[in-house]
Design a binder for this molecule. Structure first.
Ligand code: ATP
Ligand code: LTN
Length: 334
């Protein structure tokens, strides 16, 4: 049976890229096997965070995941720091991965340049080994993520194979499940369609937040950069030649469950495409926003779900950690 695991950081400003590239598939596939979804609060500490805000956003992220349709009866939803086996296994994996392979991670390179590598937290560097621990603890076979996490998944596989080779078969080697190109794998910034939509972008005008009001969604999409050919060009799905228009097609297709190339044939003008995309995104987000507001008013229910999730996850993680510790030669307490 498939074991599914994925994680998301508790950062406000969840956006349409996160939803169409990852979260939507979590809810859709939660019954495709035994599934685990984790709010990775320890990963959030790799960059400066206000403590009260982190606490609040961790619960808010869990609330949002429930609002997108995760069903606590069907999946295990929990907070990373509630299961202490995660950082414990991460240490064993830090002693398996090499400096060279971590240094090659583009996420580290991208994020470390911002404040200068000298000042970057060590945790930002070792981030992928904690992510590998998240995944490997659960005997995960499938990891649904956006295209930007492909490299971290490759590292997870390499580290798992190396560990198994050295110490015997302890870990299942997982596979990334990335949406096909054009189906949400990489939603681009509306203002700069050559960069991925990201919460760390300089301006939020290129990003549609999951909590944006209809008027804001309409405005951001209306102002989206189309292509150099102004308003006169054809509506056609061609990410290389027409990145802006193709991104809008991908968004509209994602929101309506169709193929971008197929959607393109319905529109002759950029303005009509934009209006349709804004409408479709608004309708897709409406029920999620309503359910989020309801659940946000009832934090006790969310906390209960998280407690039950950690209670289900922990024994699974503990069994894997015990096997890993024994394999490397740590003396069990007697
Ligand atoms: P940051 O802006 O700090 O890079 P992020 O927006 O990438 O963060 P994460 O919490 O790192 O958000 O990602 C959560 C999930 O959303 C991951 O599975 C990631 O692959 C996916 N994802 C993020 N951005 C996009 C995007 N633009 N298109 C498709 N999927 C995305
Ligand atoms: N690195 C991921 C978040 C993440 C994750 C995981 C994803 C942490 N642990 C385990 C899948 C599986 C990100 O930045 N999106």
């Amino acid at each position: 049976m498939a074991r599914i695991f994925s994680g998301i950081q508790p950062t406000g400003g969840v956006h349409l890229g996160n939803y169409l590239g990852a979260l939507r598939y979590w809810a859709e596939d939660q019954r495709a096997g035994e599934s685990y979804y984790c709010v990775v609060d320890l990963h959030a500490l790799t960059v400066p965070r206000d403590p009260a805000e982190l606490r609040d956003e961790t619960r808010a992220m869990a609330t949002l995941l429930l609002a997108t349709g995760l069903d606590p009866e069907a999946c295990t939803l929990f907070v990373q720091s509630h299961v202490p086996e995660h950082p414990q296994l991460a240490w064993l994996l830090e002693c398996t991965a090499s400096m060279g392979e971590l240094r090659r991670m583009t996420q580290f390179k991208d994020k470390a340049v911002k404040g200068g590598e000298e000042a970057a937290r060590v945790g930002l560097f070792t981030y992928p080994t904690l992510m590998a621990a998240d995944i490997l603890l659960y005997g995960t076979t499938h990891v649904p993520v956006g295209d930007d996490q492909r490299q971290h998944l490759e590292l997870t596989r390499d580290v798992a194979e190396r560990f198994n080779g050295r110490y015997g078969d302890v870990f299942v080697v997982p596979e990334a499940v990335i949406p096909p190109a054009g189906r949400g794998a990489r939603i681009m910034d509306l203002q700069d369609p050559t960069a991925k939509m990201s919460k760390s972008a300089e301006s939020d005008q290129g990003m549609i937040g999951l909590f944006d009001e209809p008027a804001v969604i309409g405005r951001k999409i209306r102002r989206a950069v189309t292509d150099a050919d102004g308003g006169a060009g054809a509506v056609r799905f061609d990410p290389d030649a027409k990145p802006g228009v193709s991104n809008l097609l991908q968004i509209l297709a994602g929101a309506t469950g169709r193929e971008p190339a197929d959607v393109a044939s319905d529109y002759g003008r950029y303005g009509d495409l934009k209006a349709a995309a804004a409408e479709a995104v608004t309708e897709m987000l409406r029920p999620i926003q309503a359910r989020y507001r309801e659940l946000r008013a009832d934090p006790a229910t969310v906390d209960k779900v998280l407690r039950a999730g950690a209670e289900r996850a922990q024994p699974v993680a503990a069994a894997t950690l015990a096997r890993a510790k024994e394999a490397v030669g740590l003396l069990p307490p007697r």
